[in-house]
Design a protein around this ligand. Structure first.
Ligand SMILES: [Zn+2]
Length: 274
């Protein structure tokens, strides 16, 4: 199957924050998450997007409320997971696995809807998060209140899976389901343990590069944004090198999709809203 990507929310930001040399015009950034039907592993989500837990959850901590007020994500009701799964003829309980590319709020906010799903993630990163104080996690952009308490027990550590070479010189990727269809490729820099997903078997291999950059335009040489975007990354040098790797994959003939890129992708779930 070809993956589809829903858009859980829009977040507005001036172009110059996300593309070097950009203008003050507001871009309507998307917050995608993927849905993929694997023949053996079942129904798989790639992250979960933003949800009401971030924007209106009654028990939210003060930092989470401040975060939501600052970014003001506009949730897309029709693209929340239950609605999207319904359109695809499935229910949340049918989701057998969730791939978590990293632990930022816009990737984990709907995890609670899938209490039975296996979670493919980096166990070492999760262990570091769980060993830190809530305050220390905030400095990494992580809200531990969005992480289910039993997350570690449901986690499949992708660093313990066998690896395969991803196409177009992308390097090695953890073979999530043992058949080469989904390869988790490390793209460090944006957040601790951040990785992308290469759909290696598609006629034109697709790299879902998640948050390697926010906009496809920033993958062009010299277009990655400077401050303050670089400040929120966990490792600026690694971010620059991951950006170059993603750009090189695209130059070699691969297709690239980013979580927040505002343009319409052929992988986007059709239907309102654009
Ligand atoms: Zn992120």
């Amino acid at each position: 199957m070809t993956p589809v990507f829903a858009n859980s929310a829009f977040v507005s930001a001036p172009e110059r924050l996300v593309v070097r040399g950009g203008g003050w015009n507001l871009l309507h950034l998307k917050v995608r998450y993927g849905v993929y039907q694997h023949p053996a592993a079942g129904l798989v989500l790639i992250d979960t997007g933003y949800g009401p837990r971030v924007t209106e959850g009654p028990g939210r901590s003060l930092p989470l409320r401040l975060y939501a007020n600052l970014l003001r994500p506009k949730l897309v009701e029709e693209h929340q997971p239950a609605r999207v799964l319904d359109r695809l003829g499935a229910r949340p309980a049918d989701v057998t696995a969730i791939v978590l590319t990293h632990f930022h709020a816009d990737h984990v906010a709907a995890l609670h809807l899938f209490p039975e799903a296996r979670v493919y993630a980096k166990a070492a990163t999760l262990a570091r998060i769980q060993a830190r104080s809530r305050f220390a996690n905030l400095r990494h952009g992580i809200f531990d209140e969005l992480l289910p308490h039993d997350l570690a027990t449901r986690t499949v550590d992708i660093d313990r899976l066998s690896v395969r070479a991803a196409p177009h010189g992308l390097g090695q990727g953890a073979d999530l389901f043992g058949d080469g269809t989904l390869l988790a490729v490390d793209l460090p820099g944006h957040a601790e343990g951040h990785f992308g997903i290469c759909f290696a078997e598609l006629p034109m291999p697709l790299l879902y590069a998640v948050d390697a950059q926010w906009c496809a335009a920033a993958l062009e040489p010299g277009k990655a944004p400077g401050l303050p975007a670089a400040l929120v990354s966990s490792d600026r040098r690694a971010l620059a090198s991951s950006t170059r790797r993603v750009a090189a994959f695209r130059e070699q003939g691969g297709d690239v999709l980013l979580c927040h890129d505002p343009s319409v992708s052929p992988y986007d779930l059709p239907g309102p809203p654009k």
